[in-house]
Design a protein around this ligand. Structure first.
Ligand SMILES: Nc1ncnc2c1ncn2[C@@H]1O[C@H](COP(=O)(O)OP(=O)(O)O)[C@@H](O)[C@H]1O
Ligand SMILES: [Mg+2]
Length: 182
């Protein structure tokens, strides 16, 4: 069983391979309605209808290096095993949105894993890409938008050690705050 955060890393890598400039990651924990919903939206090259249909098939990949692409099929299988839904919306030249949900209390639902660490790594390793990360827990929302951070930093890169250290703490604290609010 893979953590949700590892699925997110995988799916975001598809966005990066599709030359996205902006990747939006949303995690919604709704224990009241028993839903965990994860969405990843990008403005990359997108897929035509046929490709989008085939993308969740393990034997489809546009890679030349290996014959199976498992990122999307693994996430889809996990959602479906957990009483959730999985969908791919994509438009050539516009981008792609992956929408995956799970029954929150399903016994097979993977743990969320370390989302702050995952988002931190993505931001630090891809300084030229913008990320919006939004995580909610029963309506309490934490959001990080690198476009806003870059504006405030006035050209100081996000992967400058001092800034990176701050960002790491900001993400960790932000998530733990929404969890502990009543
Ligand atoms: N965000 C995306 N934008 C454009 N194409 C995508 C995106 N995500 C997936 N695809 C297409 O779907 C295929 C399957 O994706 P995936 O299951 O992650 O396997 P892999 O990345 O190993 O090929 C990719 O090879 C690519 O052609
Ligand atoms: Mg992939």
């Amino acid at each position: 069983m893979r953590d949700i955060s590892l699925h997110v890393l995988d799916i975001v890598n598809n966005s990066l391979e599709a030359e996205a400039a902006l990747v939006e990651i949303s995690v919604e924990e709704d224990t009241v309605n028993n839903v965990l919903r994860v969405r990843i939206k990008d403005d990359g090259r997108g897929m035509d209808r046929e490709t989008a249909k085939k993308a969740a098939d393990p034997f489809y990949t546009s890679r030349k290096t290996r014959k199976v692409g498992l990122g999307l099929p693994l996430l889809k299988a996990s959602c479906e095993r957990c009483g959730g839904y999985f969908s791919i919306k994509s438009e050539p030249g516009k981008g792609t949105e992956i929408d995956a949900s799970f029954q929150y209390d399903n016994i097979d639902r993977p743990p969320i894993g370390d989302m702050p660490e995952t988002v931190f790594s993505l931001v630090i390793l891809n300084p030229s890409i913008d990320f919006v990360y939004s995580h909610s827990y029963n309506g309490q929302v934490f959001t990080m938008d690198t476009r806003e951070l870059k504006k405030i930093l006035k050209g100081l890169p996000l992967n400058t050690p001092e800034v990176a250290g701050w960002l790491n703490g900001y993400l960790k604290e932000g998530i733990s705050n929404i969890m502990s609010m009543p």
